[in-house]
Design a binder for this molecule. Structure first.
Ligand SMILES: [Zn+2]
Length: 301
């Protein structure tokens, strides 16, 4: 593939495309068309994803309003409670969550969320950035269905690291979170190209094309999509023993939702799929290129 075309693809997809959004669908159709330019027959496969429109989200601490973004799909309402900063997941620290709005470091993983809810937290605060990047744009986060499981939903907001530091320094006491959002079921899409081989066994090549809320997703991960197109073009013109599936996945950044939906919809075919090679953030000009193998060692080497 010529570098001019690669640059054209990056330029023409230089927009935020979060999973389930209209811009993500625009990128899906774009990839389908680009595949068409190479004579590759691509089709879209839709799947359901939880969506939300946030009308309003506020965080007030000791009477002072703090810039925040409400968590998608964390429910609506208002909660006021003492602020507690959870710095460790030992039993005592967790027990202090009870009836408090809990601020945590780092990402809100499923275990952390469930620990908080089990220990009686009534709301949560996460923050973006660190001491070096204390004041950048606040990322849009979501309370993932996979994290909630059968647990209750509690309201949550994401704030800036500089405000998080200020809350601790000022020994903040009472926090209030309000969120007003409409939650609904939307659609995201995988884009699929299939090239039959000589035998009825398949190799799947995957790369996600959605982005996070603050990224135009060139490196992460239109780069991987370009890699997929290049390989699909090659194998469409050259004989190959295995059948090949090239899957541009939607909603990866929301918890691999496109991959999961594909596996669910193609359960039978997976029996004949012998390998999956996923490309995420390739072609970097600095740093190292990392390959992770989840197969046995013979494949890794
Ligand atoms: Zn990625």
């Amino acid at each position: 593939m010529k570098s001019q075309l690669i640059e054209r693809i990056f330029a023409e997809t230089a927009y935020v495309r979060m999973g389930g959004s209209e811009s993500e669908l625009r990128a899906a159709n774009y990839l389908k068309d680009i595949c068409g330019e190479f004579g590759l027959d691509a089709h879209l496969e839709d799947f359901e994803v939880p969506m939300a429109n946030i009308n309003n989200a506020t965080l007030t601490v000791d009477g002072k309003e703090i810039e925040c973004k409400g968590y998608f799909c964390a429910g609506s309402g208002e909660i006021e409670a003492p602020l507690y900063y959870l710095t460790s997941d030992d039993k005592y620290s967790l027990s202090c969550c009870r009836d408090n709005i809990v601020m945590i470091d780092g990402y809100l993983g499923a275990w952390r969320y469930r620990d908080m809810v089990e220990n009686g937290a009534v709301g949560f605060i996460t923050y973006d950035g660190n001491v070096n990047f204390a004041d950048h744009d606040i990322d849009q986060r979501e309370l993932r269905a996979a994290a909630v499981g059968d647990y209750a939903k509690i309201l949550g907001v994401n704030i800036n690291a500089k405000d998080a530091v200020e809350l601790i320094n000022s020994d903040a006491k009472m926090a209030k979170i309000t969120i007003d959002q409409e939650e609904y079921v939307g659609k995201s899409h995988n884009v699929v190209v299939e090239l039959p081989g000589e035998i009825d066994e398949y190799i799947a090549f995957t790369a996600h094309y959605d982005s996070t809320s603050l990224s135009q997703g060139a490196y992460d991960n239109m780069s991987g999509c370009v890699g997929l197109i290049g390989m699909a073009e090659h194998f469409s013109k050259n004989p190959h023993r295995y059948g090949m599936k090239f899957i541009f996945c939607g909603s990866e950044e929301r918890g691999l939702l496109g991959s999961k939906a594909y596996c669910e919809a193609h359960g039978e075919e997976l029996k004949n799929t012998v390998l999956c090679i996923n490309l995420d953030m390739i072609g970097c000009i600095m740093g190292k290129f990392i390959a992770c193998a989840t197969a046995d060692n013979s494949l890794a080497s």
